[in-house]
Write a protein of this length. Structure first.
Length: 506
């Protein structure tokens, strides 16, 4: 298939402000990732202030995830068409404005509208940030270091959100969980204006694939909505299965359309490449398992051990530090030496071991002995999975499709989180119900034990999910001798060509 017109190629020697570019992109990525969890801790306070019901409460979370998950591929493609710098700044301004609107919300409806707009601009911002990174760092060692930082933020952002959310809710009020984005975005906008380069486009501008955009956006919307509905109405609800089935039909239609579209939204060779396909699946599984950890460990710390919101956030801090350490070791030492085929499965197995460790928690467990070690193990596992997978997922993609390839990373993580949360939550709820039915009458002690039992079931399933991910990653990733690999680039120039796409005609 003929390559689309590409932007003017960047020189092999990266520009001198590239590390400031990394700092700017990392700040924007942190803002988007932490916003998926920072509001969770503030929900009870927001509910008391605005007076919405328990049934409506989920929409504060769902509105963000629906808009974000369904528009990611469109956002990534727009960054290819409009230019990375322009799209990045538009995304930052829009996200800040939406956050201010949600933070100042006088009613529940305005809050949900602001959260949906946050998701929409986040879908524009997240893939653009990764695409900027992909096209800025082309020298192998520097690229690995940059992706180590970015991958660590992608993996740790949820835990940072819990920490920040607990602090802001206790020290200020729930609205500051949203206002804080305005300050973060303002710094990032200045950084983007100063340090992110504008790369001029040569040749005619390719057109946006409108039919493909409608098909995939509707499919992702129904997919995320279907799994969100499964959390509230159950897997046997007709609405749940109806939305998931409709999503499957639309996804098939999208794939068929991409095979014949003149300007495809997502050229199929991008995802059909073995290494990139394995990377997307690994990010999906890591997202599913990680959101489950945050959900159930948070429940356990607050309901079983009686932690406050800020104590809960601080409890995740060692996990974040371990994740950052593992990310740097992985991308700078282990992945260049062994490749993703070795490191991603090892990370999956380490994360699985951490999940198994969590299964022994009970009402008498202590943080230092029983909670801290598995969290650190999980952090090390995630730090081995995310950077290597994200770097592999964007390696060798033509520059003009870097945005949509990056969007697939964010889509995999977001959909993985939605699927994992819905699946693990349903399994846990079923386990709790069965436990109570087998231990009548349902005294307060029985209910407390049922909750801990439900978390244990979720941890076992999470461990199995990571173990399955290890098998898939070990099977799908190519060996270093089977073709191009981020583990062993031929030289700096070939790496640059591979990263910018001059040698990869889609």
């Amino acid at each position: 298939m003929t390559s689309a017109p590409v932007e003017t190629q960047a020189p092999a020697i990266a520009h001198s402000r590239r590390w400031w570019t990394l700092a700017t992109v990392a700040l924007a990525q942190l803002m988007v990732v932490l916003d998926a969890t920072v509001v969770n801790i503030a929900l009870p306070a927001a509910q008391a202030d605005l007076g919405f019901s328990d049934g409506d409460r989920q929409w504060v979370i769902t509105a963000y995830s629906l808009a974000f998950g369904s528009l990611l591929l469109l956002g990534g493609r727009l960054s290819d068409l409009w230019g990375r710098k322009r799209t990045f700044i538009i995304g930052l301004i829009g996200f800040a404005a939406a956050s201010a609107l949600a933070g100042a919300a006088p009613t529940f409806g305005v809050l949900v509208t602001g959260r949906a707009l946050q998701g929409a601009f986040g879908a524009l911002l997240a893939p653009t940030a990764l695409a900027v990174l992909t096209t800025t760092f082309t020298i192998p060692k520097e690229r690995a270091r940059a992706f180590g930082v970015f991958g660590a933020i992608a993996g740790a952002g949820g835990a940072i959100g819990l920490l920040l959310g607990g602090f802001l809710t206790e020290q200020f009020n729930w609205r500051w969980n949203l206002y804080i984005n305005v300050f973060i975005a303002a710094i990032a906008i200045v950084g983007a204006a100063l340090f992110v380069r504008h790369v001029a486009r040569t040749g005619p501008r390719p057109k946006l694939d409108l039919p493909g955009t409608v098909l995939v956006s509707a499919a992702l919307f129904l997919l995320v909505y279907g799994f969100s509905n499964a959390e509230t109405d159950g897997w046997d609800a007709p609405q749940t299965w109806g939305m998931l089935a409709a999503s499957g039909v639309l996804l098939v239609a999208f794939v068929l359309w991409q095979r014949r579209a003149a300007h495809p939204l997502l050229p199929l060779p991008i995802v059909l490449d073995r290494n990139r396909g394995a990377a997307y699946i690994s990010v999906f599984i890591a997202g599913a398992g990680m959101f489950g950890v945050f959900l159930f460990v948070t429940y356990y710390l607050q309901t079983s051990l009686g932690y406050s919101p800020i104590q809960t956030g601080l409890a995740f801090l060692p996990m974040i530090l371990m994740l950052v350490l593992a990310a740097q070791l992985s991308t700078n030492i282990f992945v260049p030496r062994f490749g993703p085929k070795v490191m991603v499965p090892i990370g999956m197995l380490i994360a699985s071991a951490g999940m198994v460790y969590l299964t022994h928690l009970d009402a008498q467990s202590t943080y230092a002995v029983d909670v801290l070690p598995p969290l650190m193990i999980l952090g090390f596992g995630m730090g081995s999975i995310m950077p290597a997978s994200m770097q592999t997922a964007t390696f060798g993609v033509e520059r003009s499709f870097a945005g949509v390839a990056s969007a697939m990373v964010s889509t995999s993580q977001q959909v993985g989180g939605s699927v994992g949360t819905a699946l693990l939550n349903t399994l846990a709820a079923t386990a709790a119900t069965d436990y109570i039915a087998a231990h009548t009458p349902p005294t307060e002690a029985v209910l407390a034990d049922a909750a801990i039992h439900s978390y244990t079931v979720a941890y076992w399933w999470g461990a199995g999910l990571f173990a399955l991910g290890a098998v898939i990653a070990a099977t799908l990733f190519r060996r270093r001798s089977d073709g191009p690999s981020i583990a062993a680039p031929r030289d700096a120039q070939s790496e640059t060509v591979g990263a910018t796409g001059a040698s990869a005609v889609i």
